[in-house]
Structure formats: C-alpha cells, structure tokens
Design a protein around this ligand. Structure first.
Ligand code: SAM
Length: 210
C-alpha cells in the first residue's frame, strides 16, 4: 500500500516528463518516419555534407547552433576541411526523450567523445544569444541554425551572422508550420534561399572569399 502511494506521488511529481516521453513514444509507433526526432533526414544529411564541403573554401570555423545529441555535429566534423574548427552550441533545454539537461549533456558528450578528445569539435554549453554576444573568434565560414526555432531567435541568429559577414548561412526546419523559421528566413533573404528537405541555405559563393 505504502509502495503504491510512493509510486503515485512519483507519477504526480514527474507527470510533465512522463507525458512528454509517452507522447514521443506514441508518435514514433504511429509514424516511424519521424525517427529524425529533432535531427536530420538522410536527404538533409547529404545537403549538409555539400554545404560543409562548400564551407571549406573559407577560413574560419563552422558554427552549429543546436547540438542535440551531436549527430549532425559528427557529420560536419567528418566532412569538413582538415584543420577547420567546429563549434557547436547548446543549452540542453530540449531533447525528444525528456532527458534532464545534465544527462542530455553527458549523453551528447559521449556521442561526441572522439571529436571532443581530438579537438575537432568544441562544445559550448550555453544559450545561443550569450554565445553570440561574447563571440570574439574568426568570422565563421558557415553557421548552421537549428536551436531555438522561434521567429525572434532565428531572426537574431541570422542578423548576427550577416553582421559578421558569414558567407554561408543555413539552417533547419524551413517550411515547418510549427515554427517561425520560414518567416525569419524569408525576411532576411528576400531574394530567396535554396531548400533541400527542410534545410535552407543562402546563395553562398556569391560573396567574395576572404
Ligand atoms: C532540433 S534540436 C538540434 C538538432 C541537431 N542540430 C541535429 O541535427 O541533430 C534543437 C537543440 O537546440 C537546443 N536549443 C534550443 N534553444 C536553444 C538556445 N536558445 N540556445 C542554445 N541551444 C538551444 C536544444 O537544447 C536542442 O538540443
């Protein structure tokens, strides 16, 4: 009886997390096609690889906003020019499994262990806005925006990248009606962007290479 009461109290305490975990699980059972779970599809992976190859033509790092579990980070690290730094930024506020932030970070660090150990990738734990405000490094060759998908956040990340003169600006979730990405992108690039799957990119290569 007491054990059941304790279990009930735990369910009440964690009901928000339990609801999120059950809803993710049910969504997966109903449509395994959404397995990307906040990450990228195979088609989008190919597009990211192309963009990373293009970024090899510029000095400066590749910056990813929104690491999640580091799967796209690993792809970027595998496809980048040797010696080109990769910086990935996450405040670990969201993941599709409802992992608490500390566990989410630890899990991601394990996935990225090889890249972090060799120094190919630097993981910045913190908010995108704070990272941008404090950034004093070289002008990035490419920024990939996939963190906070609100209109305001994407607008501000694009404005930061444009202000620095980043030649290749791209991101995820273009055309996703749940988010404000499309509005922010269309406003910042009135001449249009290139889109593959939900990966958008500016017309890179039209600006002079440094
Ligand atoms: C859609 S997932 C990123 C997916 C990842 N790019 C991939 O392809 O696998 C979004 C990530 O952005 C992070 N995030 C959300 N808002 C953020 C913010 N304001 N600053 C930093 N990270 C943020 C979340 O913690 C989450 O890990």
């Amino acid at each position: 009886m007491i054990r059941k009461l304790i279990q009930l109290l735990k369910v009440l305490k964690w009901r928000r997390q339990i609801r999120a975990a059950v809803s993710t699980h049910l969504a997966l059972l109903e449509d395994p096609g959404i397995f990307a779970l906040g990450g990228l599809t195979a088609e989008e992976d190919l597009r990211i690889a192309e963009l990373v190859h293009a970024a090899a033509g510029w000095p400066g790092p590749i910056v990813e906003f929104g690491t999640l579990f580091g799967l796209t980070t690993r792809l970027i690290a595998a496809e980048k020019r040797a010696g080109q730094p990769v910086i990935t930024v996450d405040n670990f506020c969201w993941n599709p499994f409802g992992l608490p932030p500390a566990l989410h970070e630890e899990f991601t660090r394990r996935i990225l262990r090889g890249e972090l150990c060799t120094g190919q990738v630097a993981l910045h734990v913190g908010d995108s806005a704070t990272f941008r405000a404090q950034y004093k490094g070289d002008v990035p060759a490419m920024v990939f925006l996939d963190a906070d998908h609100s209109y305001e956040a994407v607008r501000d990340e694009i404005a930061w990248a444009q202000g620095l003169g980043v030649p290749l600006i791209c991101g995820h979730d273009y055309g996703n009606p749940r988010f404000g990405v499309t509005r922010a992108v269309e406003q910042a690039f009135p001449a249009g962007v290139q889109v593959r799957g939900m990966v958008w990119s500016n017309k890179y290569g039209t600006e002079s290479r440094r």
